[in-house]
Design a protein around this ligand. Structure first.
Ligand code: NAP
Length: 278
């Protein structure tokens, strides 16, 4: 039996095993996806142990998406640009290649399922951490016209803006001084890439009066399925309102494709995720 899995700390709340195990079963693949919780001081040792034991591929989550890079043989172009890895392919000779399917997973869902054509659009992103970086660079690659960023940490915001500017000079950038500033430029798409909304008492950091009807609102948070931002967007009649489940699904679909080189059973994977969340 082939073994795949997720490394991170903590990992026990992850839905990835349900999604990938359902896909293995649906395709009759003799494989299992396991969760490997690894303490920070043991990352290198445990990573090498899993390779020696014959693991075929990994996902990587917090806090190792950046730290794992130094343990890898190769990085694909997107992972190198983002500076973070969420998927690792292990070859038969145990050499490793790191990928990042977070940005492409988001874009696949946005374009193919939401039906949002990115070309020439204006995007506002709250947050400049790992997920924001993956999503923003992928949006710039997909020819959005302008990106506006705001994070509480100005150094992170500036570093992400510099990276986009350097690699995608046709994309105009602006840095907001507050969350509301992001909406004052009348974007087509608003993305929450902060953890705000994960906890019951998290505040809505946007003035709901600024949420326009033609705005598509995409919250990367998927648990809970309804966040204060998504509730406000719905009540204001925004033209599209989406949580992060689609991104979670498609980053997994793309990882599965990298590992097995077969067409993943998307519907099966989606049903497995939906069941976990209900
Ligand atoms: P991260 O690296 O910690 O980045 C979050 C960023 O948001 C940090 O820079 C943080 O700043 C900033 N922030 C927090 N509160 C803010 C506020 N009120 N205004 C502006 N900025 C604020 O986390 P991440 O890995 O990018 O994850 C972000 C969210 O995306 C999480 O909810 C995660 O679950 C979700 N996510 C979803 C998927 C998916 O597949 N759907 C994939 C990846 C991530 P400080 O550091 O200064 O606090």
């Amino acid at each position: 039996m082939k073994i795949y899995g997720l490394i991170g700390y903590p990992v026990r709340h992850s839905y990835s095993s349900a999604m990938h195990n359902a896909a293995f079963q649906a395709l009759g693949v003799d494989a299992r996806y396991e969760l490997f919780e690894i303490k920070p001081e043991q990352l290198e040792q445990e990573f090498n142990r899993l390779l020696t034991q014959g693991i075929c591929g990994f996902n990587v989550t917090i806090p190792y998406k950046e730290k794992v890079i130094k343990l890898l043989g190769q990085l694909d172009e997107q992972a190198a640009l983002i500076g973070a890895v969420n998927t690792i392919q292990v070859n038969q000779d145990k050499s490793t290649i790191g990928f990042n399917t977070d940005g492409p997973g988001f874009i696949t869902h946005l374009k193919q399922v939401v039906g949002f054509n990115t070309e020439g659009k204006g995007v506002a992103i709250l947050g400049a951490g790992g997920a924001a970086k993956a999503v923003a660079l992928e949006l710039a690659r997909n020819k959005v016209k302008a990106i506006s960023l705001f994070d509480l940490d100005q150094d992170k915001t500036q570093a992400l803006a510099d990276k986009i500017e350097e690699n995608f000079p046709a994309c105009a950038l602006s840095l907001g001084a507050s969350a509301n500033d992001l909406l004052k430029i009348h974007p087509d798409l608003l993305i929450n890439a902060t953890p705000l909304g994960m906890h019951k008492d998290d505040p809505l950091v946007f003035d709901p009066g600024l949420l326009e009807r033609n705005l598509v609102v995409y919250d990367l948070v998927y648990n809970p399925a309804q966040t204060p931002l998504l509730r406000a967007a719905k009540s204001k009649g925004c033209s599209g309102v989406f949580n992060g489940l689609g991104m979670l699904l498609y980053q997994g679909v793309l990882a599965f494709k990298i590992w097995l080189d077969v067409e993943p059973p998307v519907e099966v994977m989606q049903n497995a995720l939906t069941q976990m969340l209900t």
